[in-house]
Write a protein that binds this ligand. Structure first.
Ligand SMILES: Nc1ncnc2c1ncn2[C@@H]1O[C@H](COP(=O)(O)OP(=O)(O)OP(=O)(O)O)[C@@H](O)[C@H]1O
Ligand SMILES: [Mg+2]
Length: 228
């Protein structure tokens, strides 16, 4: 039996745009066991990215409106430095539009999370980034800038970056959303391989076919999560 690595309890999130409230999550709960590969489905605007940002500690739920537990510990009890450590050590993030830094080359982009205070440090980051980039077929691209890469190469660089600190959890937000089917399939193969090595993966998608690659699917609808 695996134990929960991440748990969302009754999460609420409302954005405030001037006088207008935009309620997005309205009591989202689910449990992810260590080693699971879970797909989160939902239509555009349903709150998939919002949920992933909360799980990754990039944003917080509304005050006193739900909780996220990592190995049973509430993120809301974390100090700022503990939260920084969670973001560096525990979760890796992959975005639909890569979010690579244009002025850095592939190697420098991939090393980046290793250089933050709770990262693995620059020497270890160099070794690990090179290893991952080689595995991902980018050995000949290490010195290239993101603008010189194809979409698939950019996303492989972004996955290497997300994995450089060897986090146990990978959060992927529409990782193939901007790629053709073949290239997207190759990215899903990388995620599947990472999952087979034991990593917990939460992948957001609006595409049912892509969601099939996960062990389990849940769906966001009207601000709550339902089994598919
Ligand atoms: N920072 C923000 N400020 C105000 N509203 C926001 C903000 N971020 C998201 N929203 C709104 O919250 C809702 C959910 O957004 P979110 O990005 O989580 O949806 P999504 O399911 O990821 O959509 P998509 O599939 O298009 O990426 C949308 O109506 C969006 O406009
Ligand atoms: Mg989104």
């Amino acid at each position: 039996m695996s134990s929960p690595i991440l748990e969302a309890r009754e999460l609420h999130k409302t954005y405030h745009l001037g006088q207008v409230d935009v309620p997005v999550l309205a009591g989202c709960s689910f449990t992810i066991n260590a080693g699971e590969f879970v797909a989160v489905l939902g239509s555009s605007g349903s709150g998939k990215s919002t949920l992933l940002h909360l799980l990754g500690g990039l944003d917080r739920p509304d005050p006193d409106s739900g909780d996220i537990l990592h190995n049973g510990e509430s993120l809301s009890t974390y100090t700022a430095s503990r939260l920084d450590r969670y973001r560096a050590e525990t979760v890796g993030f992959v975005f639909q539009f890569y979010h690579l830094l244009p002025e850095l080359n592939v190697m420098e982009n991939a090393m980046l999370p290793g250089l933050v205070p709770s990262g693995i440090g620059s020497q270890a980051a160099r070794v690990r980034a090179e290893l991952l980039l080689n595995q991902f077929g980018l050995a000949h691209r290490l010195e290239h800038r993101p603008r010189e890469l194809s979409g698939g190469e950019r996303q492989r660089t972004a996955i290497a970056r997300a994995l450089v600190n060897d986090p146990p959890i990978l959060l992927a937000d529409e990782p193939t959303g901007n790629l053709d089917e073949k290239t997207g399939g190759e990215i899903l193969d990388l995620l599947t391989a990472s999952h087979e090595q034991g990593r917990t993966i939460i992948m957001v998608t609006h595409d049912e076919t892509i969601a099939e690659r996960a062990d389990r699917c849940v769906r966001i609808s009207d601000g709550v999560l339902l089994p598919r």
